[in-house]
Design a protein around this ligand. Structure first.
Ligand code: ADP
Length: 592
């Protein structure tokens, strides 16, 4: 039994538990991959928006250069400087101020008399444009690394002696927003979360001349009183000594950028896209009515050095639904796995219990065969011995002869009873037992059976009392079957009595029932075995039961017969030591 339990544990339970664990793990992996895919998809959307913004800025930069070339076409570049601001603003709507700076550090335009805007521009930018002041400018850190070293070498080669170019190039500044997904996923994937929290832009301090270097054109972003100033500049091939530039009108540029912020129809149900300015406020949102905690997008990409700290952000429209669906799936799989394990354990337990039952039954059958062999052998030995004595004429005493003949008769009856029990049981097992029901007086059947057994009991020292009512008690029964039940009960009362050899047989009519009660003063039946004694092959394991011959079939048969008659056989413990077996049979309608 222990071996079976071990095999079940090793061959069924452990592999099942392992498979369940693998299933849950692979589900988690799957979920992680799904989340990752979703975040990559959204990251793609954000990156795409950032790319479109840089393309638009590049286009505007080229527009600016074309415009400058057109303005310079009719005059010498240096002569164009005087009215460059006015002309540029007139011809290129994105310009707020147009400026011209010579590389040796003098600002040729705008004129400080050109209006309030021009005056303010000169006030804020003169020192920087004249190379008398370094300002903080921004570089993408990917190329920033290169640029920084490039700028370092420029510092050495270009302006020896007057090098005031301070490179503080660090990617240490925190971003205005904290993307949810990047922070989490990156942390778990490559512990690179800091990349998402900190800006990719490097800030450097540089003078205008150093920024221009040998380049022909460029973009320049700087913050003045916390406000972004974006400038395009260009050196015409006709006069490389002059730098023509424009302070870009940001609100107008934002108008153009707004058109880029849109969501593809396929993703319209899932995400919203926003462009955030350097204060983390939305410049444009799609769909237009979407609002959220702008600083906690799902993913985000910085727009780059031209628009420092501006972000292309993507938000999930139903992030709760996504996590809830994942949680529901987890719960469902957990429950399924638990149910599977419970089913396996329950199945295993039933198998184990069934196997135990089968083993007990097999053991009982073996005991039964040896019991029956014994039961057959004992009476046969007596019958043979006494019949041989009588046959050889060696017994002259008449009384002895009669007692020997009586022994032979009662032992034969015992044999018949046993064989009848076994045969009836076998027939019942095969479902072949047939009863010949007929109306008869139970009192008569019981009296006849008791009388046939009385001599045997009295010779064994028993006192047998039989109490019956005056009136007959009719029932539709198989006479022989009821006689067999009575005999089995009497035989048991005899077998399981020790010193107090008193047996009481009572028949009474109670309502529509006829009851036969057989009471002895024997060993009794413990409470716990009250029902077990009716099971096939069951034999009590007390010393008397095991020393007494028996097949374990008598009560099984008796109860089956009683139930086949529409009645029952039960056990009761009388007030004194011993047992009472009650056979209940339905009484026949007296009128019938
Ligand atoms: P058997 O008597 O051949 O063992 P039974 O089916 O007649 O088989 O009885 C089953 C068990 O019930 C017996 O082994 C015994 O332990 C218990 N039993 C039956 N009758 C009595 C009784 N009158 N008093 C005490 N125990 C009894």
């Amino acid at each position: 039994m222990r071996k079976v339990a071990l095999i079940f544990l090793l061959a069924v339970l452990l592999p099942s538990a392992l498979l369940a664990w693998l299933a849950i793990r692979s589900l988690r992996d799957q979920q992680f991959v799904l989340e990752r895919q979703q975040s990559l998809l959204c990251q793609g959307v954000a990156d795409n928006l950032a790319n479109e913004v840089s393309n638009l800025l590049a286009t505007r930069q080229r527009d600016f250069e074309t415009k400058v070339d057109t303005l310079l076409a009719s005059k010498k570049p240096v002569d164009s400087a005087a009215d460059f601001d006015e002309q540029l603003r007139k011809n290129w709507p994105l310009a707020r101020v147009g400026f011209v700076v010579s590389l040796d550090g003098s600002v040729l335009a705008p004129s400080i008399f050109g209006g309030a805007e021009a005056r303010r521009f000169r006030l804020e930018n003169d020192k920087f444009l004249c190379n008398r002041e370094s300002v903080e400018v921004y570089l993408n850190s990917s190329k920033g690394e290169i640029n920084l070293s490039q700028l370092e070498s420029e510092k050495l080669s270009l302006n020896e002696g007057q090098a005031s170019f301070l490179v503080s190039g660090k990617t240490g500044k925190t971003r205005n927003i904290v993307p949810q997904q990047n922070a989490v996923t990156q942390q778990s994937i490559d512990n690179n979360a800091s990349n998402q929290v900190y800006s990719k832009l490097a800030s450097s301090e540089a003078e205008f001349r150093q920024l221009v270097g040998d380049s022909r054109e460029g973009t320049l972003a700087r913050f003045l009183q916390n406000k972004l100033n974006l400038m395009f500049w260009y050196r015409s091939p006709r006069d490389l000594h002059l730098v023509f530039g424009a302070l870009v009108d940001l609100p107008k540029l934002s108008g153009a950028l707004r058109a880029l912020v849109r969501v593809e129809p396929a993703l319209a149900d899932e995400i919203a896209v926003a462009m955030l300015d350097d204060n983390g406020r939305p410049v444009a949102v799609a769909p237009a009515d979407f609002t959220a905690n702008w600083k906690r997008p799902f993913v985000a990409t910085e727009l780059g050095e031209a628009l420092p700290h501006w972000e292309a952000s993507v938000y999930l429209l139903n992030s709760a639904a996504f996590t809830q669906a994942a949680r529901r799936l987890n719960l469902a799989v957990g429950l399924l796995v638990a149910a599977l394990l419970a089913a396996i354990i329950a199945g295993g337990w039933f198998l184990y219990a069934d196997l135990r039952r089968e083993l007990t039954s097999a053991r009982q059958k073996t005991d039964f065969v040896s019991n029956v062999s014994h039961e057959l052998k004992t009476p046969l030995t007596s019958i043979r011995m006494f019949s041989e004595l009588l046959a050889e004429g060696r017994v002259s005493d008449e009384q002895k002869r009669r007692s020997y003949l009586q022994i032979i008769a009662s032992e034969s009856a015992r044999l018949t009873r046993l064989i009848n029990n076994v045969l009836d049981f076998a027939r019942m097992e095969r479902g072949e037992e047939k009863y010949r029901f007929q109306s008869c007086d139970i009192l008569h059947v019981v009296r006849e059976t008791v009388d046939s057994y009385r001599a045997h009991l009295e010779s064994a020292g028993f006192y047998l009392d039989c109490k019956q009512p005056e009136m007959p008690a009719f029932a539709r029964v198989d006479r022989d079957a009821i006689a067999q039940v009575t005999l089995n009960l009497l035989s048991n009362a005899e077998k399981y009595s020790n010193d107090q050899k008193v047996i009481l047989v009572e028949v009474e009519k109670a309502g529509r029932w006829i009851q036969l009660r057989v009471t002895d003063h024997g060993i009794g039946v413990p409470e716990s075995l009250r029902e077990k004694i009716f099971e096939q092959f069951f034999r009590g394991d007390d010393s008397l039961s095991s020393s007494t011959q028996g097949s374990g079939l008598g009560l099984t048969l008796a109860r089956q017969i009683a139930r086949a008659h529409g009645g029952d056989l039960t056990h009761e413990t009388p007030p004194h030591q011993g047992s009472t077996f009650i056979l209940k049979l339905p009484a026949e309608d007296s009128a019938a």
